[in-house]
Write a protein that binds this ligand. Sequence first.
Ligand SMILES: Nc1ncnc2c1ncn2[C@@H]1O[C@H](COP(=O)(O)OP(=O)(O)OP(=O)(O)O)[C@@H](O)[C@H]1O
Ligand SMILES: [Mg+2]
Length: 339
Amino acid sequence: MLNKENVLEVLKDVIYFPKGDNIIALNMVDNLMVKDNAIRFDLIMEHANDPKNDILVNGAKRTLTEVFGEGLDIEIKVVEEKTALSKVKHIIAVASGKGGVGKSTVAANLAIALARANQRVGLIDADIYGPSVPIMFGLGNEQPAAFEKDGKTVMLPIEKYGIKLMSIGSFVDPERPLIWRGPMATSALNQLMNDTLWGELDWMVVDMPPGTGDIQLTLAQQYNVSGAIIVTTPQKVAFADVLRAAMMFKEEALQIPLYGLVENMAYFTPYDLPNNKYYIFGRETGKQFAEKLGVPFLGQIPITEKIAESGDAGIPLALDADSPVSKAFDQIAQSIINV
Ligand SMILES: Nc1ncnc2c1ncn2[C@@H]1O[C@H](COP(=O)(O)OP(=O)(O)OP(=O)(O)O)[C@@H](O)[C@H]1O
Ligand SMILES: [Mg+2]
């Protein structure tokens, strides 16, 4: 017999494979209405526009038809899950194929440049193995505030220079380097993303660990990432690393667009003589890499002792709006905003 209870029972046979359980157990069905031969309900999905949603909707329709027969009037509306990130417009990953090229430096200064362009900005330090946001923003031992809500611990991001910050570094004793296994790293990232009251943000910048590991996969597969920026240095041999990072995001299963390439440490410039540029490692390498990959070239950041000093001092250089380095970051910010 077609009634609400029986429909709920039947829907328990509809499995959402990415989460390995049925759609009733996963609380994905809402506003169920059964009347005459009509069945209506909302199906709560992570992303409203995911083409995979159709597979589940069709699966549910087929299962209902198999049990209750043809001639049903079934209407399933996909609605997007309200999460801590539902008011975050863009998630942007700052990544590289290898370590030490300046991802954290680019992520921090880009966040500041975006904020200067009147954007609401959050910055997540997803580098579980070597967090740097607490140092670059001079957070010292400051911890995010935490409180209980509906039996769950939620956190408030730390705010500094107008940017909402969360870092795994806030949870880890810097004196005791942790050996994080893949699943622990993934669950730490999920906590930073999901259990934090981010509020409304135009941009969430994510400072990634080097390479192509669990964190990259988790971010790309479980979140709606708008795009990635790849950071490189001007040595020609760096192309293999750039290519590896780019290929990962382009992979069919992930399909994260690339905003483009940033060439860090592109040339040396004495801070007081910004017009003197010394191309120590090669000229135009970043631009050539971008052309080879067919992605936009977003800009060059010079090597200057001030960048390293200000990073260590917790006062990112981009805060000084007049510095030539800030202008480079302002340009990168603009090209991302204009995409
Ligand atoms: N343009 C630059 N000029 C001078 N020093 C720089 C520049 N960019 C980065 N550095 C310095 O190089 C070091 C590495 O930079 P950073 O931590 O940003 O790299 P990363 O890619 O995030 O490294 P990791 O892979 O370890 O996360 C830091 O000490 C930083 O201050
Ligand atoms: Mg880093």
